[in-house]
Unconditional design. Structure first.
Length: 91
């Protein structure tokens, strides 16, 4: 069931046409804490991709190295579409 729900959610998100529409959708779906965690995860992978060292990111964002290690692992071994979108966002 969760996989089916995730697939449905992905279809809905993929159909959103404008950044403002996506923001409104995420604000309605997620709690403020969930949005903050997702935004933090995105920020840390962008900093990693930009070449910032893990300890510097931990200090800058006030987070543990474990969270950063997970983001680093996804950049190295995760789906290529993820890496490509992170790269595009930092250019």
């Amino acid at each position: 069931m969760p996989d089916k729900a995730l697939q449905e959610l992905c279809r809905v998100v993929a159909a959103l046409r404008h950044p403002r529409e996506a923001e409104d959708f995420l604000r309605a779906l997620l709690t403020p804490a969930e949005r903050a965690r997702i935004a933090l995860r995105w920020r840390l992978v962008c900093l990693l991709e930009a070449g910032m060292k893990q300890r510097a990111i931990a200090d800058k964002l006030g987070i543990s190295l474990c969270k950063i290690t997970r983001g680093s692992r996804e950049l190295k071994h995760g789906p290529s579409c993820f890496r490509n979108h992170v790269r595009k966002s930092i250019q």
